[in-house]
Design a protein around this ligand. Sequence first.
Ligand SMILES: *Cc1c(COP(=O)(O)O)cnc(C)c1O
Length: 235
Amino acid sequence: MLQERLDEIRERMAEASIRSGRRPGDVRLLAVTKFVPVERVLDAISLGQSLFGENYVQEAKRKIEALGDLRKETTWHLIGHLQRNKAKAALELFDCIETVDNAKLLSAINKYAKEKDIIFPLFIQVNLSKEPQKSGIFLDDLIPFLKEAMAYKNVKITGFMTLPPFSDEPEDSRPWFSKLREVRDRINETFYKDFVIKELSMGMSHDFEVAIEEGATIVRVGTALFGERNKKNEA
Ligand SMILES: *Cc1c(COP(=O)(O)O)cnc(C)c1O
């Protein structure tokens, strides 16, 4: 079952890439495993999936630690909101944090990265629609925030992540996805000497093809891979 779903998603990803004149290898599938038991994660690894995302530090810790030696074959992104007091734990567990959206968090991550003597990759979560219940930096604040981030020596901003307003209709997401790509391209042109933002993490189960057509480099897919989430599975 997982095999078929994975094959189908990979195929739809490749088709969306080709349709929009992109190379299929330019888009990575991030398997979202929140509420998915570790056994299913192991199944996915055995089917060649290597990039994973979790929303919660505690839940991720249980699963990632259970992987043992297989941890080395996988890459984990934090895709849920991160509280500053969990920044240290997140750094120990994850390879990238996609949800950086405030200066205090940035500073805390930089501090722990410095202690570990590493340069830690981060994405900025951008709240394009300014929905109040949603995390993320507003567009108007993005450039000042990026400049602030550049002053920190132990973090490196390598991407942007966004969650468009929820809609059942995938086409409704398209303007938000194209907006984020435009913003990234414009920033890269303006600041090309200082940094290059490559990654665009956008698109989920219901709209990942539209996201790929609009330039996503990472699509975050949960339900379409693992089925409907059941909170009781959180173990
Ligand atoms: C849960 C989640 C996803 C996956 O959503 P699906 O609709 O199940 O594919 C992607 N991104 C974020 C930030 C999430 O919280």
